[in-house]
Write a protein that binds this ligand. Structure first.
Ligand code: 5GP
Length: 182
C-alpha cells in the first residue's frame, strides 16, 4: 500500500477509449429504455461469462423492473472452426427458459458468431421473447449478419480491454475501456 501508482505501469501502453463516466451515463440511458420496454414483465437476464459480468451488474442496478439473472459460458473452437460459427457451451443455464422474456447480456459483438449461435440455441428452448443487449459493437468485423436489440457504443476495429474485457485474463477490473496503443 505504499505506491498508489503501482497498477499504472501495466496499463501504460493503453489509452482510454471510453471513460468510466461515459460508460456509466450510457448504461443509465440504456437501463431507462429497457425498464420501459419490459414494464409489467420480469425478464431473465442471461450474462455471457466472463466478459459481461461487470456490464450486467451495473445494468441491473439501474433497472427499475423485477428481474432474474443467470449465466452461460461459451468458448469458440480454434480459428479454423470459429469461422464456421461452432461454439461450445462450457456452462449452461441453471433453468428452463421456456415462456420467459429473455434478455442476453453481452460485453461486445465482434464477428457476431457467438451471439448468432446463442440466439439460435436459446430460441430452440422456446422463450416467450428473446432479445440481446450489448455494451459494445464492432460492426466492421461481422462475419455473419447480426444486429443487437440494444447497443451502448459502436467502436472502431481495435482490441479493447477493461470493464470486464480481458487480455490473457488481465485488466477485467478496470472501470474504463482502453485500447492498446499501436
Ligand atoms: P464474436 O463471436 O462476436 O466474434 O466474439 C465475441 C467475443 O469475442 C466477446 O464476447 C469477447 O469475448 C471477444 N472479443 C471480441 N472483441 C474483443 C476485444 O476487442 N477485446 C476483448 N478483450 N475481447 C473481444
Amino acid at each position: 500500500m505504499t505506491d498508489h501508482h503501482a497498477g499504472k505501469t501495466s496499463t501504460d501502453n493503453f489509452e482510454v477509449l471510453l471513460s468510466e463516466e461515459q460508460i456509466q451515463s450510457r448504461i443509465t440511458e440504456m437501463a431507462a429504455v429497457i425498464s420501459n420496454d419490459y414494464r409489467g414483465k420480469r425478464p431473465l437476464l442471461i450474462g455471457i461469462l466472463k466478459g459481461a459480468v461487470i456490464f450486467l451488474s451495473d445494468l441491473i442496478r439501474n433497472l427499475t423492473i423485477p428481474l432474474e439473472i443467470d449465466f452461460i459460458a461459451v468458448s469458440s473452437y480454434g480459428d479454423a472452426t470459429a469461422s464456421s460459427g461452432v461454439v461450445r457451451i462450457l456452462k449452461d443455464l441453471e433453468q428452463s427458459i421456456q415462456g420467459k422474456d429473455v434478455l442476453i447480456v453481452e460485453d461486445i459483438v465482434d464477428t457476431g458468431l457467438t451471439l448468432n449461435y446463442l440466439v439460435d440455441n436459446l430460441s430452440s428452448r422456446q422463450p416467450r421473447t428473446l432479445k440481446v443487449v450489448t455494451l459494445l459493437d464492432k460492426p466492421e468485423r461481422r462475419k455473419v449478419e447480426f444486429e443487437p436489440d440494444y447497443c451502448g457504443f459502436h467502436i472502431p476495429d481495435r482490441f479493447v480491454i477493461g470493464y470486464g474485457l480481458d487480455f490473457g485474463e488481465d485488466y477485467r477490473q478496470l472501470s474504463d475501456l482502453r485500447v492498446l496503443n499501436q
